[in-house]
Design a protein around this ligand. Structure first.
Ligand SMILES: Nc1ncnc2c1ncn2[C@@H]1O[C@H](COP(=O)(O)O)[C@@H](OP(=O)(O)O)[C@H]1O
Ligand SMILES: [Mg+2]
Ligand SMILES: [Mg+2]
Ligand SMILES: [Mg+2]
Length: 416
């Protein structure tokens, strides 16, 4: 039986029970079962016999009945505009455009500008929706003494990107930019809708002139329901076999996915989109795998033990950012391995958009214990050991190889 929010209905013609599906702001959607028909305006003040959180009940969640059409269009627009700003900065990168955050990771005027633009576009395109954004950056360093020039530069970049695009007749002040950046401070969670943004994923790749991505996803009741990945430097054709003419390849990909609708790729220049699928490889010997370019982000030695166990012949393809998820979603490689060093906590913005793009393309993404990734716990993902992604056929063998390799590593560590 399909239940619509706010609709009172009998479960079956013969049933004495009435069901009411509530959708109150800032509360989980709930299914309430009443012993008799309660008076209409005060339903929620009557005690139900049973009450379920719908996302946990066998009844379809309200999230699955939404189409997310306009949200996806807004997300594509926001990520494309942010990509344009990032491309401008990458072309003319100078040292003063790069700052170091308190955790010593780099952040550029483009990270801040991208976050301000995405926040502005989403709010402008979806004015009737309540707005919650979980994003990587905040304005605290930009409000410090000595940051005035950087803030001025970010504001100029945001305004010039808006004016070249021409869709919005808006000019932001420096304070508007700070406020737009700080709208990303939401804690996320399992209730309601939350946008999740990495304004530049792979900042180190961005600084090297390599791969990076603008990664934007929407959570609804704790599930990722849509995602877009703008990858300005990713070739439109496969990166599986690096060739010497790669500098002549056309670059700039926009991946998108909506729950239940599959995954798509189009050119960032605005071509029509084509459906994409993960690799159909069944024999792990024929697989190639992706991992971080940065050895500090993932244990390359562990990946190579896993690759050996699987009989993988091809060398690893090391690229920055969630471009790995996009490349995997279109079948450039078959496996993505990510094993952060001990103590590192993964953030939801580093995976949410990539996760839905790859799963809608037919892939599977779990932690090293085989658990589904849970994006509903706030700004962090709680994980066992690492993240592994592949197609459905290869996952059982990959999971076994990963677990054997992890066990061997911890045994040899305990012998030391
Ligand atoms: N020690 C570490 N271990 C794992 N991931 C790390 C890390 N330090 C930073 N990262 C994350 O790795 C992301 C880049 O991923 P990749 O290695 O796939 O390119 C960074 O995103 P940002 O560049 O958005 O900060 C950052 O969040
Ligand atoms: Mg960062
Ligand atoms: Mg990131
Ligand atoms: Mg980032």
């Amino acid at each position: 039986m399909a239940l619509r929010a706010g609709l009172l209905t009998t479960l079956e013609p013969s049933s004495p029970l009435f069901a009411f599906s509530s959708s109150l702001p800032k509360t989980p959607h709930r299914l309430l079962l009443f012993p008799r028909r309660p008076p209409a305006p005060v339903r929620r003040f009557f005690s139900p016999l049973i009450s379920y959180n719908l996302h946990r009940s066998p009844v379809a969640s309200m999230a699955s009945t939404a189409s997310y059409e306009k949200e996806l269009a807004a997300a594509k627009k926001a990520a494309s505009l942010a990509a344009r700003l990032c491309q401008t900065v990458q072309k003319a990168l100078v040292q003063s455009d790069v700052q170091s955050k308190s955790d010593k990771s780099p952040v550029t005027v483009a990270d801040y500008g991208s976050q301000a633009l995405v926040s502005l576009v989403l709010k402008t395109e979806l004015p009737s929706e309540s707005f919650s954004l979980v994003a990587e950056e905040d304005s605290s360093d930009l409000r410090k003494d000595g940051a005035q020039d950087t803030l001025r530069r970010i504001t100029e970049l945001v305004n010039s990107t808006l004016s070249i695009d021409g869709t919005y007749n808006i000019t932001l002040s420096e304070e508007d930019v700070l406020v737009a950046i700080d709208s990303g401070k939401s804690e996320g969670g399992r209730n309601g809708r939350h946008w999740v943004l990495d304004p530049i994923d792979g900042t180190k790749g961005f600084l090297r002139g390599d791969q990076y991505a603008i990664a934007l996803a929407l959570l609804d009741e704790g599930r990722v329901v849509l995602g877009v990945l703008a990858c300005p430097n990713l070739p439109l054709t496969s990166i599986a076999i690096p060739d010497e003419h790669s500098s002549h390849k056309q670059v700039g990909c926009l991946f998108s996915a909506k729950i239940g609708d599959g995954a798509f790729m189009q050119s960032l220049n605005g071509s029509s989109s084509a459906k994409i699928h993960v690799s159909a490889i069944e024999n792990s010997k024929d697989a190639s795998f992706f991992e971080s370019f940065e050895a500090a982000h993932s244990m390359h030695d562990l990946s190579s033990v896993i690759a050996e166990k699987l009989g993988v012949q091809a060398p690893p393809v090391r690229i920055d950012s969630q471009a790995k998820y996009g490349a995997l979603a279109r079948g450039d490689g078959a496996i993505y391995l990510r094993f952060p060093h001990k103590g590192y906590r993964e953030k939801i913005w580093d995976h949410a958009a990539g996760y839905i793009v790859v799963t809608e393309a037919g892939g599977v993404a779990t932690d090293a214990a085989g658990n589904n990734l849970d994006f509903s716990k706030g700004r962090y993902l709680d994980l066992d050991t690492g993240i592994i992604v592949t197609n459905k056929k290869l996952m059982p063998a990959l999971l076994k190889a990963v677990q054997d390799a992890v066990k061997e590593k911890s045994q040899s560590a305990s012998l030391l």
